[in-house]
Each structure stands twice: as C-alpha cells, then as structure tokens.
Write a protein that binds this ligand. Sequence first.
Ligand SMILES: Nc1nc2c(c(=O)[nH]1)N[C@H]1C(S)=C(S)[C@@H](COP(=O)(O)OP(=O)(O)OC[C@H]3O[C@@H](n4cnc5c(N)ncnc54)[C@H](O)[C@@H]3O)O[C@H]1N2
Ligand code: MOO
Length: 396
Amino acid sequence: MAECGGHRGSTPWDRARELARGLGERWGCPIGVLPSASALGGRLADDLRALVGSPSFDASAMDGYAVRGMGPWRPVGVRLAGVPVSEVCLAEGEAVEIATGALVPKGTEAVLPYEAATVVKDRIHGEVERGRHVRWSGEEIVPGESVLPAGAEVTPAVLGLAAALGHDLLRVRMPRVEVLVTGDEIAVEGLPGAGVVRDAIGPMLDGVVAWAGGCAVRTRHLGDGREELSAALAEAEADVVVVCGSSSKGPADHLRAVLREAGAEVVVDGVDCRPGHPQLLAHSDDTVFVGLPGNPNAALVASLTLLVPLLSGMLGRTEPTAGAGRKPLVGEVRGRPGRTSLVAVRLGPAGAVPVGHDRPASLWGAALAEAYAVVPPEGPGEDVELLRLPRPPYGA
Ligand SMILES: Nc1nc2c(c(=O)[nH]1)N[C@H]1C(S)=C(S)[C@@H](COP(=O)(O)OP(=O)(O)OC[C@H]3O[C@@H](n4cnc5c(N)ncnc54)[C@H](O)[C@@H]3O)O[C@H]1N2
Ligand code: MOO
C-alpha cells in the first residue's frame, strides 16, 4: 500500500505523516507491563489497587515513647525505624523509647512525644490520649482498596503512591518502543576515528519517544548482517520497533527484505523530503516497524515524519511538533522539485531564521534550532509551517 509521490514509489511528506498518524489511530494505544519508573506519562490500564494497607504496620508518628496505660511509665527499651519485628510486648505502665516511623511494640496504646514527657528518677511522666500519635495499620487505605481509576495519568506522585503500596510493575496504556541501531562502523563510546562513527541516533531517540508519550524500553546495537537484524526483529518485545541505518538500498540495508520475508505490510516506503528520504513504515499483526535513515539529521526528520505522528495517533494526542504556527522564512531558501525540505530554524520577531549546519549527517543545526521550517517543493511562499523540535519537559 506504499503510495507514489515525487520519487518512484515514495510518498509526499505530509501524506506520509497522515498515514503514520492514521496507522497509530487504528492501532490504538497498546497496554504494556512496565517497571513503574518507565510508566511515567502513561495511563493506568486498570484501577491502581493497594497491595498492602497504608500504613502497612502500626507505626509511631512521633519521636518519643510508646506507652501502655496512663503512666507514669517504666522504660523497658528503645526502638528505631527499620527494625522489622517487635519482640517486646508492653505491659501496663511500661514504655519503649521510639523513633518516628518505627513499628510500635505490641500492646502500645499511644505515643507520648518527647516534648510532652518529663523523666523523673527513671520514670516517664506525661498525659496521653489513647490512640494518639500512632499511625495504625490500614487506617488510611485498606489492602485491595482502589486508590486511582483506570485511565489516570501516571504522574510522579502516582509513581510514589504506587511504590508506597507495593507495586514494582504497572500495567499502562503506553506504546513501548525498542530501537535497533545498525552498522558495523557504529561505536557506542569513546572517540570516533577513521571508519568509526559514534552512534548519534540512539542517544537522541529515547528523548524523542518520551516527548511523544511513548516508553523507550530498550536500545540494541547490531552489525550490518541480515541474520542479526532478522533475529533482533523476531526477539523484539515492543509495540513499535525502530530500525536505524538500514533503510536505504545499499548492500548492507536489509530492512525491507527482512520485513518482506516476515510478511509485514508496508505503508510508507520512502518519503519525498530532504533530508530523510529513505524511511519506512510497515507493520505485522502485532508490531509496527519504523525505518530511519543512518544520517543523524535525516533520522531526526524521519522520526518527526513517521514515529512521532504514529505514537501521537496511538495515544490520541495532538503531535508535540505542533504549536509553533507559521512564520515567514527569513533569507533565500528555495524549494526542491518533488521534495519537501526541512530547514533548521530559530524563531525571532522577523520570522523563522535558518541556523545552517543542517546537512543530513549533522545534528549541529538541529541542536541550535527550535524548529524545522517546512519548505514545500514550490518554495516557502509568504510563510511556512513550523515543526517544533523535541525538548524537555517531555510528555504532553
Ligand atoms: N544509491 C543510493 N544511496 C543512498 C541513497 C539513495 O537514495 N540511493 N540515499 C542516501 C541517503 S539520503 C541516506 S540518509 C542514506 C541512508 O542510508 P541507511 O539508512 O542505509 O544508513 P547507512 O548507509 O547505514 O548510513 C548512512 C550514513 O549515516 C551514518 N550512520 C549510520 N548510523 C548512524 C548512527 N547511529 N549514528 C551516526 N551516524 C550513523 C553512516 O556511518 C553513514 O555515514 O543512504 C544514502 N545513500
Ligand atoms: O535522507 Mo538522506 O536523508 O538526505 O541523508
């Protein structure tokens, strides 16, 4: 179902974005089980239920003395927080010196704060109200209670609450994205040298995915071998698999062949834009595949063309690239026949000002810029659409 555009078999840039968003909308937002910290920004797939009560044990709410009876009390020990079992059982008239948060001894009826206590000749004096200054087990939340409804957004406070209630994993509606960076020449650390290129796409994509509301679950680095790519695609456990650097038609570009072999349906094969022409959108029954070009600025353009609209469509959200409106493009920028050009710009009072340094292989321009100006094949006209570049804070 790949469409024809200005280049043989390829798709016009704005149509490619529509197709990616449309696929995401039809796909819907997948549910995944994620380590809680990774679920930030997702929506709860089920009610959040307390796995334990809150508090989960009878704890002192003050530094002072756990006491039984009305006093004066005889001190019989000291309890600090973090001691899991209470061997002591208070008898009438006994007290244990206790820290805030410590498990109170059995038999405790109240805690007397230091400020309210007077110690005279090895006896503690003071007035207590039965039950005071103890956080009793389950008094706020009982085990199994639903504390948040399905659909609630996972905010930092929700992560803290979920942890307090015993959760390590959360089932959330959030697309899980795995990234496969291919290339025998790619190094993940140290200095690049002759024939050795530092991976500039992997470090960029986690932020792009988070910005679009997805969860980047894993990034793997592969060589150029076809078998390796085929195995990695088969092993991927994500809703969306992004493959970088295997999207062109060279001897080491196996993505198309491997996807064809796996019976994937191709939605977009090549996009009429510069940079970023060799990009691919395809899907099997349960996974969407996005192919990005190896040149890093081309990969960023392609991720805003296919990946971000796809994820936004899955989540039913406005694309985070939107919102910068249109502005006149400052300077002499011409259109390219048959292609949409994405030009790195900063936004000023006079309009969108190209920053330069935005060749396909260089992220310098994108790093300086706030947006890409979208220059249609026929040229910029009076003003141009602006595509915001990913930046913190992530999430919508
Ligand atoms: N005969 C043709 N050759 C090429 C075409 C074409 O249409 N016909 N398109 C060119 C364009 S445009 C691009 S973009 C690239 C895309 O090729 P691939 O996606 O297969 O990527 P590679 O060939 O592996 O790499 C291209 C370039 O980028 C460097 N690279 C790769 N991965 C990374 C990375 N993770 N971080 C930094 N740099 C990376 C790689 O070393 C190459 O220099 O194809 C053109 N050729
Ligand atoms: O897509 Mo290539 O994108 O121009 O380097």
